[in-house]
Structure formats: C-alpha cells, structure tokens
Design a protein around this ligand. Sequence first.
Ligand SMILES: [Zn+2]
Ligand SMILES: [Zn+2]
Length: 287
Amino acid sequence: MIRLSSIITLFETTFLPQYKNQRLPSHKKALGAMKVCRTRHSLLMLARCDKCDEQVYVPHSCGHRSCPHCQHHESQQWLERQLKKQVPAAAIDKTQTLWRTKKSGKNTPYLFSHTALAEVFRAKMLEAITQEGFTLPKQHPSKWVVDCQSVGTGEKALIYLGRYLYRGVIREKDIMSCKNGKVTFRYQNSKTKQWAFKTVSGEKFLWLILQHVLPKRFRRTRNFGFLHPNSKRLIQVLQLLLGFDPNRALAWIKERPKMLCRYCGETMTIIKTRISPTRVLAALVPT
Ligand SMILES: [Zn+2]
Ligand SMILES: [Zn+2]
C-alpha cells in the first residue's frame, strides 16, 4: 500500500512554491501533520506492561481530521462525546408550565412543526447577521430549503455525521500508484457508483487532498446552547432529572482494542506521551 506520508515527503518541496498563491496556512499545517503520522519522525509514547514491566515506544498518530490513519479513532471519540450529551427530546411549552415530550404531543414523530421551526430559524439567523452590521445580498432567498426527517433516538444520524466529519479525503488503499512524478488513484463516481481512475501530477494530488482542509477557526459543526462544551454540568442535571443514563447509550460503541505486551500478553498502560524521537535515540546510543 502506498502511504500518503510518502507522497507528501516526495512532492511537498515542489508543491509549496507551485501553489504559493492559493494555499492557506492550514494546508501547510495539515501536510506537516500527515507527513509524520505514525512514522519514525513522529513523537513517541512510552507504554509499560502492567505485569512484567516491559516497556515499548509507540509513535503518536497526528490526529488531523483529514489524515487517513486517524479518522476512525477521531470520529469514534467525537461520537462518544455526542452520545454523552444525549437527553430525551422534550421542551417547555408556550405557557412555560408544561414539560412537553413527544408522547404528550400529537400523533407525529416531531416535537415541533418543522416548517415553522425553519421559519423561526431563518428569521433569527437573518436578525443576527444584520445585528452584526453585515448587509444581506439583495436577492437572498425568501424560502429556505428544509429537510427534516425523524431519526429515532438520533444514534444512527450521529454515526453518519461522525463519519462525514472525520472522513479522510482518500483511503490509502485507493492510491494505486506513484511513479514518474504522477499519482494514480481510484474513486467512486457519486452518481453511477462506478469506480474510475485518475492520474495527476504529485503536486496536483496534494492540492486535491488539501481542498478539503478547512481554514483556521472554521468548523464543520458547532455546538450551541446546552450542547456547548461549557454546559457539561447542565446536561448532567438534565439527564438526572429526566432519568436518562448516557452510559447505556454508549454501551454499543466498540471498545478500543487494548495494547498488549509482546512477552506476557497483559495490557500495557501509556505512562508518558509526546517524547521526541531524537531523545529516545540519544538514550539508546552509548556516549
Ligand atoms: Zn508483559
Ligand atoms: Zn494521522
């Protein structure tokens, strides 16, 4: 399998000047992270066996959301964070006296009328934009497209979203070849679902990958209100009041495979992180 890190190493020096006017600082940062992800240049963790004290250095992964090595773990962690925030769907009614749940509402899968919700959302959004001193374009649409679908408890929707948010741009097994300055990869045509091949220069390949890296401070999703990371306590109170156990929601998530000792098979615990590889090497070579 051709590793993305090897392609970055090969073409980075020609790519950077060639795309000088188009690339963003976040692009360079992404290349830097993915280049060393789980290679001999990455920072190391030290793990120790709980039973026999065997120690082993393991390279850190880069954790960049565009990195093909890191995406699964990162999306899993995101999913766990979201599931911990689950509360049963409910709202306080207009008179502010009734705790309205789906059961107390009409015979519909929705808590609110979703078309009314879309209108309120639009009005609030436009108001916020104007308040910030921005002028709206003359022809902004008067009607917003709303796609509202009942998703049950929302777990499946979260899994889908998690995959979308952290999906690397390309899987390394889809990089077919890298020779004579050109990279060939395969991709699935979204309409026909047929596999197709494409060959581009190594520099262009890196540019295609970086198209999906967001500029600094941009986020694909943001959490507001009681879902904001600052509101952990509030969510815990809600869960307690509503008798909701977030751990039950987490139960179906597969546990991460543990690191096992190569001598005795016991689990290993990480005891130190972010160790520079040169320091480890220096410690091994007698002076
Ligand atoms: Zn051991
Ligand atoms: Zn990585």
